[in-house]
Design a protein around this ligand. Structure first.
Ligand code: GRF
Length: 208
């Protein structure tokens, strides 16, 4: 019997440790999905080498100077569509996607935010949480995996979230490491839930 595996497209801009967690989980059979493609907004980032090492097709869609956002998003949309994704994962993709892009993938785009729901939107969330802990009023931060229905920055229906403590003896490095470790776990676990639901709905569709 042919096992249906939802097709993931992972969008990245940098290191790609979350991409690596997804690739490893797929390879080890812990995540029943297929990474159909990786799309990077930047040339030469480590995430690209990770995709190549796993023999996953990778396309770089870097903005060209003076390119309008709408034109860039249209190019991006064509590339992502070309991979026929069931789920699009923003794993360290450092651009805000326009409504035009998102409308093409309704309820399919998932983002990973390194903070609790509604907290520390935008860039450097881990560094900002750590700085606040040193100012003595923050004892924890967290991680959120959420859907991306519109252009809101790090907002959207929450799929999963987890508190991550910040200890007095932490350094920025030790806290960052803990955050990434928990991110890798929560992202894979949440994708697994989504994929399971996806497979069930495909089976219902094909049976009816
Ligand atoms: C992660 O902390 C993610 O939450 C944020 O960007 C970072 C990407 O890390 N959106 P990596 O490229 O997956 O290592």
């Amino acid at each position: 019997m042919k096992v249906f595996r939802p097709r993931l497209v992972v969008m990245v801009s940098g290191n790609g440790s979350n991409l690596q967690a997804i690739l490893d989980a797929c390879e080890q059979g812990l995540l029943r999905a297929h990474v159909a493609g990786v799309v990077s907004s930047k040339e030469g980032v480590p995430a690209i080498a990770r995709a190549i090492r796993s023999k996953v097709p990778v396309v770089v869609v870097a903005p060209v100077p003076n390119e309008a956002r709408a034109a860039y998003d249209l190019r991006l949309q064509e590339v992502v569509k070309g991979f026929s994704p069931d789920i699009v994962v923003l794993a360290g993709f450092m651009r805000i996607l326009s409504n035009n892009f998102l409308q093409e993938f309704p309820s399919q785009v998932v983002n990973l935010h390194p903070a609790l729901p509604g907290e520390l939107p935008g860039t450097h969330s881990i560094e900002r949480a750590f700085a606040e802990s040193r100012d003595n009023w923050r004892t924890h931060s967290g991680i959120t995996v959420h859907l991306v229905p519109d252009e809101g920055v790090d907002t959207g229906p929450v799929l999963a979230s987890e508190v991550v403590p910040i200890y007095a003896y932490d350094t920025l490095e030790s806290f960052t490491e803990r955050m990434h470790e928990r991110e890798h776990f929560l992202l894979v676990e949440t994708l697994n839930d989504l994929c399971r639901n996806f497979v069930v709905s495909q089976e219902i569709d094909s049976a009816s």
